[in-house]
Design a protein around this ligand. Structure first.
Ligand code: BG6
Ligand code: MG
Length: 220
């Protein structure tokens, strides 16, 4: 019987960094002369930095040269890094440490599967890096979610077949990526938005150890 592998998205699952991404994108939008709303920020969840800028420029009706595009990509990230600079364990989302600790005690392989190129420093800052046997992030993939690449690489690194993996995700694109990889998709957040997920939870406080046991034994 094959072990079950667990793959966590980062932004919106482990830490609430969406607010910092939002502030950095809004600053750029304002500089370019238009507003960027919280509702529009929903479209950015799980989406690569490059694709986010393309969407932002579409919203503002702005045509950019390649040089401008590259400058704005860097500018947004510099601002984002300033926001996350002071992050600490207080910004870990509720009950994430309990779930990680439970799984770690069961000796199951755990990976990160994130679109972010800033994933590792964030995990270091909040003190959770040691839980992860593999980190797959925006630096390791060529295709963005909903493409399953990030999760397939994570499964491979864990030495677990994709059908034996469970994915925790807060973004529609991430749920689609998990489903495309034939993994068990678990939506963390609004179940109306994440209605393609196999299971849904508002957050980890709603996920008890009994459910974790069900996942752990899914191949039995
Ligand atoms: C995802 C976020 O995890 O990472 C997106 O949900 C973000 O909003 C993407 O654009 C890329 O992140 P970064 O840190 O590489 O700009
Ligand atoms: Mg996310």
């Amino acid at each position: 019987m094959e072990k079950v592998g667990f793959i966590f998205d980062l932004d919106g699952v482990i830490v609430d960094t969406a607010k910092y991404h939002y502030l950095a994108w809004r600053k750029l939008a304002n500089e370019l002369g238009f507003e960027f709303t919280h509702e529009q920020n929903e479209l950015f969840k799980g989406v690569s930095r490059k694709r986010c800028l393309e969407i932002l420029l579409d919203i503002g009706g702005i045509e950019a040269t390649q040089a401008q595009f590259d400058t704005w990509m860097v500018e947004k990230n510099v601002d984002y890094l300033a926001y996350i600079e002071k992050m600490d364990a207080s910004e870990i989302l509720p009950d994430v440490p309990r779930v990680l600790e439970y799984l770690k005690n069961k000796n199951v392989p755990i990976a990160l599967g994130s679109a972010s190129k800033n994933a590792k420093p964030i995990l270091e800052k909040v003190g959770l890096l040691h839980y992860f046997d593999s980190i797959v992030d925006g630096n390791n993939v060529t295709k963005a979610k909903p493409d399953p690449e990030v999760f397939l690489i994570a499964a491979d690194n864990l030495g677990v077949g994709s059908q034996s993996c469970v994915v925790f995700e807060d973004a529609v694109a991430g749920i689609q990526a998990a489903n495309a990889a034939s993994m068990v998709s678990i939506g963390i957040g609004d179940s109306d938005i994440l209605n393609e997920a196999k299971h849904n939870f508002k957050d980890f406080t709603e996920m008890d150890n009994q459910f974790l046991e069900l996942l752990l034994n899914k191949n039995k």
